[in-house]
Design a protein around this ligand. Structure first.
Ligand code: ATP
Length: 365
């Protein structure tokens, strides 16, 4: 299998980064507001968040296409805050591949090396190696229009890595591809990134893509990082209501803290006592809180009786059945997988709701 020598992976560090645009329609409101992020050597970190939250601006500052109003950016031990983009040794893959339509696949990838005046033999060997690496071996003489969208995206990838960059950056690289190809390409990008071991920053607004491709995800909103962690941790321990609803679906159930210590908190929710994870800031006995309960964590069983609830709506979706359930004043979203009894409940039916006994997150806002 082809491989190109890659430099030692380097960390990236953003310290107190603020970006204000002079001509922003919102006035001088910060597009990026006091962001601290550390990316470990060889890590793939994704910036994820709703439109306008500042992901692209953050990425462009790391790449050197924009300069921060305040704060510092380090690549390895070097403060690169004031360096130009071409002095940072970063490979960049954009959403629109920026491919030259009149150049062959080979020449598209060779272009930057030719501009640098590298010797012909070196160019030939480097381009052939990266074309093999991205699965385009043998495509060198083709014209870009003869290739599919996925193959064109591979040209862009080859062009980014042919310089042996210290860092790779992706800005919504898969947005122009259909859903099936997106799934395939994200797998290929991840596999290549791991193989090369290059520290990578990836921007997307697609939550599933972020979860599938990343070592860790930094979720941004209104210019700030809300939470940064692995996909599993963000799902299990969202830090606030925005996070609980942004990563997956959740029920935010009101509860009362019965007792709490450093390890956890007992919370009374819907007539059940749950052993929950301590929140930050810590909760204390008597606090009114909300508990994050995912739809798939709710067990529904047919049957009435004290504390029973009723099915308001049922949506059959093949491998799963979604329900809305009224339990006292709370409306719950629940989901049942497979074809068991819990997937065959009818609208109007009385049901028993069982919440997970332990491990759920508490939020304070
Ligand atoms: P999207 O997913 O829609 O691309 P984003 O999270 O990448 O959004 P940014 O493109 O970083 O968000 O934009 C953040 C904020 O900064 C927005 O309010 C945007 O209007 C503003 N902004 C970005 N670039 C400029 C610019 N060159 N001049 C003025 N304002 C800008």
């Amino acid at each position: 299998m082809a491989s190109i020598p890659t430099p030692q992976p380097v960390p990236i560090r953003l310290e107190g980064i603020v970006k204000r645009f002079d001509h922003n329609v919102k006035g001088r409101i910060a597009a990026v507001d006091n962001v601290d992020i550390s990316v470990a050597p060889g890590e793939l970190l994704t910036l994820l968040g709703p439109s306008g939250c500042g992901k692209t601006t953050t990425l462009r500052m790391i790449a050197g296409f924009e300069h921060p109003t305040e704060g510092s950016i380090f690549i390895g031990d070097h403060d690169v805050t004031r360096l130009r983009a071409n002095e940072r040794n970063i490979g960049f893959v954009f959403q629109n591949y920026a491919i030259f339509p009149h150049l062959s696949v080979f020449e598209n990838v060779a272009y930057g090396l030719r501009v640098q005046g590298r010797p012909e033999a070196e160019i030939r060997s480097a381009v052939e190696q990266v074309l093999d690496l991205v699965g385009l071996g043998g495509y060198g003489t083709q014209q870009p229009h003869q290739l599919s969208g996925g193959e064109q995206q591979r040209i862009a990838l080859a062009r980014a890595i042919v310089f042996q960059p210290r860092i790779l950056m992706f800005d919504e690289p898969l947005s122009n591809l259909d859903a099936k190809l997106r799934g395939q390409m994200r797998g290929e990008i991840r596999e290549l990134q791991k193989r090369l071991g290059i520290t990578t920053v990836y921007v997307t607004h697609d939550q599933e893509e972020a979860m599938a491709i990343s070592d860790r995800i930094a979720v941004m909103n209104h210019g700030s990082v809300v939470q940064i962690d692995t996909a599993e941790a963000l799902y299990a321990r969202p830090c606030n209501a925005f996070m609980a609803n942004f990563i997956g679906k959740s029920n935010l159930l009101p509860g009362q803290v019965l007792q709490a210590d450093a390890r956890g908190a007992q919370v009374r929710v819907l007539d059940q006592t749950l052993q929950c994870l301590q929140a930050a800031p810590e909760v204390r006995a008597g606090d009114a809180v909300r508990v994050v309960v995912r739809p798939e964590q709710i067990s529904l069983a047919p049957g009435g009786g004290p504390g029973s609830a009723s099915v308001i709506s049922r949506t059959f979706l093949g491998e799963k059945t979604e329900y809305q359930v009224q339990a006292g004043t709370a409306t719950l979203h629940a989901v049942a997988y497979g074809a068991g009894a819990s997937a065959r409940l009818a609208e109007g039916q009385a049901v028993q709701v069982v919440l997970p006994a332990e491990g759920n997150a508490i939020i304070r806002d």
